[in-house]
Design a binder for this molecule. Structure first.
Ligand code: ADP
Length: 486
């Protein structure tokens, strides 16, 4: 079945349950990052479209907030079932617009869907409280109410999952959403929207506005008083701007921003497990995840052995068009991304780092935005890539001597999203769990993300948590009722 026949290839705006063109009729091209081919011309939403979507969401939210949690739960469940039923078509759309290998794209669809499934269940567990009052003649009740209309802005690295994990808790809580996906990857978001309609989720609850006018759409969201919350996943720089834009009417803000994850391996670790963890956390999505290992700190006595083992594992990579069989690493998203990774690599080399392993360039890479997976040794601690997010398949190896020293290295960052620790020493695990400044810590694993767990960061990595029972907190207001019986 072709993508067109799947009914999920929707290059338009979704407003109030209707597919429509942009107010000014404009469209933009979406390219396959592996080939440079234009795969779609998508309606390019304007601020006027955003205004229309916010009005539709405002209307829809009032009715939605009145539905029972059981009804919300059942509709979310139906949506989850449809997403999984269409996993193959959704994965294909994801691969052609984002570049990741098809197997990874299938995993992302299942991962995104797991948030819909989780919040279909959590919708039924929006608990309040009854609190002991100061006098017996009163009663203190606490109820949770939907925040209202939520605007989401999501990135291109997980175009399905980053949106699903905002839409699902928002709908579970009784909110409506206006969503702006990244212009590089709008089609995955739009396909999710079609499946929500197919599931019977009422019109106007999910509005999707692909657009190249990111700043203007962001301003249309933040300046509209009907929008009571912004949920953003993306760069720290844009997150800071959105905080400022939300200040005038004190909108709630959730932010999942940049990371700079340290990956720490002690000499008592299971090195094979550490290599497996390194491959998963560094090279998944060609290194383009916010929880990617960004800096590897390896204890001196095992430094050479670890690097050799990792190099040998990297030799197994197969780099190319994600639609081809057996491909494990796809392209980067854009030419700009390629240039940024190259600049960070050049900076490290100019400060004394050495390339210990780099995949051979291939002619088939010419039209796409490929970057060869690279392992760097002798990386000095002042190299830019130890403090900036690399977002590419470059693994910098830095030796350390003592636990105290590596804790200092790891915490010397303005970010605090994820960290990884490999050791067999239980007391060390306890100490570092306490000391590492991070929102999430993988202990003897490189894969930490799932719908049951609270995903999010500290420091400049953001505010709020996504997934888990904490994930609903961002979409509800707490209301305290004081009842007097005197
Ligand atoms: P990246 O560099 O990874 O693309 P961005 O933070 O620029 O990270 O992008 C994440 C999301 O934020 C995308 O949907 C993008 O279109 C959007 N975006 C970029 N700039 C702005 C802005 N000034 N206001 C609102 N959204 C923005």
């Amino acid at each position: 079945m072709s993508l067109i026949e799947s009914g999920l290839f929707k290059p338009q705006l979704l407003i109030d349950g209707i597919w429509s063109a942009a107010a000014d009729g404009s469209v933009f091209a979406v390219e396959n990052p592996a080939t440079g081919e234009v795969i779609a011309r998508v309606a390019d939403a304007t601020p006027a479209d955003a205004g229309r979507a916010i009005m539709a969401a405002t209307r829809a939210q009032i009715a939605w907030a009145e539905t029972s949690v059981l009804e919300r739960s059942r509709l979310l469940r139906k949506w989850f079932d449809l997403v999984m039923l269409n996993q193959d078509a959704l994965a294909k759309i994801l691969t052609i617009e984002q570049g990741k290998p098809l197997a990874e794209a299938r995993s992302e669809i299942a991962y995104g869907a797991s948030y819909i499934e989780w919040f279909a269940e959590e919708a039924r567990r929006i608990y309040g409280d009854v609190i002991a009052p100061p006098e017996n003649s009163t009663r203190i009740l606490v109820i949770k109410q939907p925040v209202g209309v939520v605007a989401t802005i999501t990135p291109w690295n997980f175009p399905n999952a980053m949106l699903a994990r905002k839409l699902a808790p928002a709908l579970a809580a009784g909110c409506a959403v206006v969503a702006k996906p990244a212009a590089e990857t709008p089609l995955s978001a739009l396909a999710l929207g079609q499946l929500a309609l197919d599931a019977g989720i009422p019109a106007g609850l999910i509005n999707i506005l692909p657009s190249t006018h990111a700043k203007e759409i962001g301003e249309a969201f933040t300046s509209n008083e009907q929008v009571r919350k912004i949920s953003f996943t993306g760069s720290t720089a844009v997150g800071k701007q959105l905080i400022t834009q939300c200040a005038p009417d004190v909108k709630r803000v959730s932010l999942e921003l940049g990371g700079n994850a340290p990956f720490v391996v002690f000499d008592d670790a299971d090195l094979d497990a550490a290599v497996e963890g390194a491959i998963a956390s560094k090279f998944r999505n060609a290194g383009q995840t916010c929880v990617c290992a960004n800096r590897f700190y390896i204890q001196q006595s095992i430094y050479d052995t670890f690097c050799e083992k990792l190099i040998s594992a990297m030799k197994g990579f197969s780099i190319g068009n994600g639609l081809d069989n057996g491909i494990t690493i796809g392209p980067l998203i854009s030419n700009r991304a390629q240039q940024k990774v190259q600049a960070l690599l050049d900076d490290a080399i100019s400060r004394g780092a050495k390339i210990a392993c780099q995949a051979m360039q291939d002619d088939s890479w010419q039209a796409g935005h490929f970057f060869p997976p690279t392992l760097l040794v002798n990386v000095p601690t002042d190299a830019r890539l130890t403090c900036e997010e690399i977002f590419g398949p470059v693994a910098p190896m830095i030796p350390f001597e003592t636990e105290a020293q590596v804790v200092q290295f790891a915490n010397a960052s303005e970010y605090g999203l994820a960290a990884y620790l490999f050791t067999r020493d239980a007391k060390r695990i306890k100490r570092l769990s306490d000391q590492l400044q991070t929102g999430m810590l993988g202990i003897n694993t490189g894969l930490i993300s799932n719908a049951m767990a609270p995903f999010g960061g500290i420091k400049q990595s953001g505010w709020g948590r996504e997934g888990s029972r904490y994930g609903l907190d961002d979409y509800v207001n707490v209301k305290y009722l004081c009842e007097s019986f005197s």
